[in-house]
Design a protein around this ligand. Structure first.
Ligand code: SAM
Length: 203
């Protein structure tokens, strides 16, 4: 199925997902197309060539997945993790062929191991990190970095104005860089890039 033939996102699974888990889903509507394109650009800019697929954590109904897949026709090179069963089914319907892993992205090491994935080139996270205890967020990021070669990056988005995972509150030596705020989103979306301190991609 070509991108143009792909069914548009049905908003109902997202609304129902939010009703089931308002804290985990955040708001009852997905990221805007402008936000999704900016996130995809940040992910492609940070991706380590040849290291594997781009890993998306908390894919919802696929607003960001759409931009990741569109930019490079990467359906087979994006792996989406989502905890909500109905949202996983919505992703599979919307993106035939996409690898969708149903599981707890906070335990991403186990999710990747169970799927037989040993390496990814970049991580994009829509997880509601501001609502997640610092220890659990730090463990999630540690496992995500362990799945990438040195210099790997996590692109994280948030409605808040501060880094959603506070480098001072995790055991990881994290560097948080503000990529920008996308105003064509309700509410405006902040985009952050995390790397392990001192690790930069090879030129
Ligand atoms: C803010 S929404 C983002 C959805 C979509 N990526 C977007 O930008 O519209 C957060 C998503 O993360 C999922 N989620 C929250 N906690 C999760 C967890 N621990 N493991 C996997 N998915 C999780 C929610 O079900 C929801 O789909």
């Amino acid at each position: 199925m070509s991108i143009d033939e792909r069914p548009l996102s049905n908003p109902l699974p997202f609304v129902r997902g939010w009703l089931r888990d308002p804290v985990g889903v955040g708001l009852p509507f997905p990221s805007s197309g402008a936000t999704a394109r900016r996130l995809a650009q940040a992910a492609f800019g940070a991706a380590i060539p040849g290291a594997g697929p781009i890993l998306e954590l908390g894919a919802g109904t696929g607003a960001v997945t759409q931009a990741l897949v569109e930019n490079r026709s990467w359906t087979e090179r994006v792996v989406a993790v989502e905890r909500d069963a109905e949202l996983c089914r919505a992703l599979e319907r919307r993106f035939p062929g996409l690898q969708v892993l149903r599981g707890d992205a906070l335990d991403v090491g186990t999710v990747l191991r169970d799927a037989g994935l040993s390496s990814v080139s970049a991580v994009v996270s829509g997880l509601p990190m501001r609502a997640i205890p610092a220890g659990a967020a730090g463990r999630c990021y540690a496992a995500a970095f362990a799945a990438m070669p040195a210099g790997g990056a996590i692109i994280q988005y948030t409605y808040g104005f501060r880094p959603p995972v506070d480098p001072k509150r995790t055991r990881l030596a994290l560097e948080a860089t503000f990529v920008g705020r996308e105003w064509r989103n309700f509410p405006p979306m902040g985009i952050w890039r995390y790397r392990l301190a001192g690790q930069h991609p090879a030129l």
